[in-house]
Each structure stands twice: as structure tokens, then as C-alpha cells.
Design a protein around this ligand. Structure first.
Ligand code: AR6
Length: 173
């Protein structure tokens, strides 16, 4: 079952040993706070140098870089939507983030990928809603891409961890 290849863990995404970790970036791709800041700190300054060459990223899209000093081999940078109360296509844009990351993972035959909870920090997307969108996209990918052996959702705090666990349980039943 798809749930055998999906884990929800508590921790720091910068410590994950995977083919790619996903960064919840902003459209400049030049760094920021939250998980973005943590990834740039852990990867070192060469990551910013490569990001500068990418000329930004639109909401819902994703771009690939090297992982530099991270244990992960690559970083997939995606830009989630800012929550405006659900009136500006936020759900569709968040789903598009996950699909954009999976498109890159397929192109590069990545077998393992770790996601943070995109948009639910500084961008204010309610985690209950975001987690359902995320896990639905993950289920669709696991069911159609056998080369993808493992997805990890790495949650920084307990409420986020609980919501993703609930989302998996709901969508598996
Ligand atoms: N590992 C895993 N998750 C983390 C980590 C970490 N090391 N650090 C924070 N989180 P956020 P967003 C969680 O704000 O909402 C940045 O400034 C955090 O607790 O990082 O998409 C960017 O540059 C939350 O659950 O991303 C953008 O400007 C989740 O990661 C903006 O924030 C996402 O929170 C993007 O906002």
C-alpha cells in the first residue's frame, strides 16, 4: 500500500539523508526565515550562489539545486501560496507545488524525497487543510511512480506532526 512508502516524522529537514529535500522558499529564491533559512544555513553559501542564477520561481513552480553541505544530495525549491482566506486559489497552488516537486523527482529518478509542511508557517495556510492537500498529492504520486521508494514529511512541531498523521490515516481508509 502507498502508506508503506510514506512516513511522517518530527524533526529537522536539514538532517535528512535523502536524494532531495524540499525547501518552502519565496519567489526570490534568495533565502528567508523558517525552513528556508535553516536550509541555507546548513547548506552553506554556495547554495545562495546557485539560487541567484535561477532568477526566482513562481508560486506553485519548483527549481532544483545541489545540496552542497547538506546530507541530502539536492534541494528542490518550491514557492507555496500565501494564505488569503482561501479566496485566491490557494488550494490549487499548494497542490501544484507538490506536483512540481514530483515532476523534478521523476526527471532525475529520485528514490527518496523529504518535504516540510509547505506554506503553513510564515505564509499562514491552515495546517489541517494543507496537510490533506499534501498527502493527497503524495498518495497520487506513490501510486503512479514505482521508482519513488520513500517520501518523508518532516514536521518541526507537534501540532503539525499530528495533523499530517491524521491526514494519512484519513486518506488511507
Ligand atoms: N525542518 C522542518 N520544518 C521546519 C524547519 C526545519 N528545519 N524549520 C521550520 N520548519 P515556513 P512557509 C517548519 O515559515 O509558510 C520563509 O521566510 C515550520 O514550523 O518555513 O512556506 C521563506 O523564505 C512550518 O511548519 O514556510 C518564505 O518567505 C513549515 O516548516 C516563507 O518563509 C513551513 O514554515 C515561506 O513560508
Amino acid at each position: 500500500m502507498w502508506t508503506d512508502r510514506l512516513s511522517v516524522v518530527r524533526g529537522d529537514i536539514t538532517k535528512q539523508i535523502v536524494d532531495a529535500i524540499v525547501n518552502a522558499a519565496n519567489s526570490s529564491l534568495l533565502g528567508g526565515g523558517g525552513v528556508d533559512g535553516a536550509i541555507h544555513r546548513a547548506a552553506g553559501p554556495d547554495l545562495l550562489t546557485e539560487c541567484r542564477r535561477l532568477k526566482g520561481c513562481r508560486t506553485g513552480d519548483a527549481k532544483l539545486t545541489d545540496g552542497y553541505r547538506l546530507p541530502a544530495r539536492h534541494v528542490i525549491h518550491t514557492v507555496g501560496p500565501v494564505w488569503h482566506g482561501g479566496t485566491t486559489d490557494e488550494d490549487a497552488l499548494l497542490a501544484q507545488c507538490y506536483r512540481s516537486c514530483f515532476r523534478i523527482a521523476r526527471e532525475h529518478s529520485f528514490a527518496s524525497i523529504a518535504f516540510p509542511s509547505i506554506s503553513t508557517g510564515a505564509y499562514g495556510f491552515p495546517v489541517e487543510r494543507a496537510s490533506r492537500i499534501a498527502v493527497r498529492a503524495m498518495r497520487a504520486e506513490l501510486e503512479s511512480n514505482a521508482a519513488l521508494r520513500q517520501i518523508a514529511v518532516v514536521c518541526f512541531d507537534h501540532p503539525t506532526f499530528q495533523e499530517y498523521q491524521k491526514a494519512v490515516a484519513e486518506l488511507a481508509s
